[in-house]
Design a protein around this ligand. Structure first.
Ligand code: SF4
Length: 367
């Protein structure tokens, strides 16, 4: 059965595949660097969004060597808005390692690929099969869903035993394929276009006759998901600290430490409200004292914006502020500087900060 499914998916892939910029050549014979970049960008991000980012990226860094030689701030700037910035930092560092230790060529074994930062089992399988045509399994969200339904896997998706079972089945399918790259791509594409999370289009499915979940009428119940968890909500306060120089409209931004959420990006000094903080202004005075070692006079509220990350949602309230004592020092941040509404465009910034900047710009940058 694995072979029939593999061949049908391969044949279907040839007809149904969407035209995307990294799919210029047949699956199994693509530029490994382009496969890698596109796969990393597509993690947690819709393909329609990825296309523009991919084209800009490849125009600026057309080869692995170009990326390896780039400045990290430029890499982050090109990634701005895609989120999960560790992906960009890891791509950059991994390119430098490949240039230094692998002669500029992405390695062709799973074990070697897994030594590179940011490359996990899925990305390794995608590079090996889509670029090098090797019979290596993949397991992204789409493939998980299709395989769970084809074999009516009834274990919960968050259990490691289920993940192992899905990897095994993916491995058996790709082993049976005459064109492993095309089969893997067909598997993922089927999940995106036909075997959708809600209302799968079973009547149009090329592997319907082999699908156990369809035969048993349980496709809507597969895969079995973990009970839903509430995403926590966190309140953040940010300071738009204006430089106290007559005639100047400069404000302070700080660079986040390399490690951690949004590492390496520039933002308004900010922090999460803690239980001990009397209010958001008190929160701001505390975090700015900790991060920049200055005392703050917090003024009017400038804007409140909302943003959702995968693991939590946030509201970020920005306040106009001035330094009342001390000179800024990078204590809890990587760096800081004065900037203007024009100049800040050159810095990589998180999306919530961009929203605040848009509000300031609408108001003509008034303090
Ligand atoms: S028959 Fe339906 S549930 Fe089964 S793989 Fe095809 S689309 Fe998915």
């Amino acid at each position: 059965m694995h072979q029939q499914i593999a061949e049908r998916l391969t044949a279907w892939q040839a007809e149904a595949l969407r035209d995307l910029p990294w799919r210029g050549r047949p699956a199994g014979a693509r530029d490994p660097y382009a496969v890698w970049v596109s796969e990393v960008m597509a993690q947690q991000t819709r393909l329609s969004v990825v296309v523009d980012y991919f084209n800009r990226w490849m125009a600026r860094f057309p080869t692995l060597e170009a990326l390896a030689g780039a400045d990290q701030q430029e890499v982050l700037k090109l990634w701005e808005g895609l989120g999960y910035y560790s992906r960009a930092r890891n791509l950059h560092v991994a390119a430098q390692i490949v240039a230094a230790e692998f002669g500029g060529e992405l390695p062709r074994t799973r074990a070697e690929l897994l030594t590179l930062p940011g490359i996990g089992e899925y990305t390794a399988g995608a590079i090996l099969s889509l670029a090098f045509g090797l019979p290596e399994p993949i397991l992204d969200g789409n493939a998980k869903r299709v395989i769970s339904r084809l074999w009516d896997v009834d274990g919960r998706l968050d259990l490691s035993s289920t993940t192992r079972q899905l990897w095994d089945l993916s491995g058996q399918m790709v082993e049976a394929a005459s064109r492993p790259g095309a089969m893997n791509e067909g598997l993922m594409e089927l999940g995106a276009l036909v075997c959708r999370r809600r209302s799968p289009l079973c009547e149009a499915c090329p592997v319907r006759r082999y699908c156990l979940a369809h035969r048993r009428g349980v496709q809507d119940e597969r895969p079995v998901r973990a009970p839903g968890q509430r995403v926590p909500h966190v309140e953040f306060a940010a300071a738009i600290i204006w430089e106290d120089v007559p005639g100047q409209s400069q404000f302070l931004i700080s660079q986040r430490p390399e490690k951690g959420l949004l590492g390496g990006l520039w933002s308004f000094p900010n922090g999460a409200r803690e239980a001990d903080d009397e209010d958001l202004r008190a929160c701001l005075r505390r975090v700015v004292r900790q991060d920049l070692d200055v005392a703050l006079e917090v003024g009017e509220r400038a804007a409140t914006v909302a943003h959702a990350f995968t693991h939590f949602s946030m509201t970020l309230t920005a306040f106009h502020a001035r330094i009342s004592a001390g000179r800024p020092q990078a204590v809890g941040v990587a760096d800081w500087r004065w900037t203007s509404l024009d100049e800040i465009e050159t810095f990589p910034c998180p999306v919530p900060d961009r929203k605040i900047i848009a509000v300031l710009r609408d108001r003509g940058g008034e303090a």
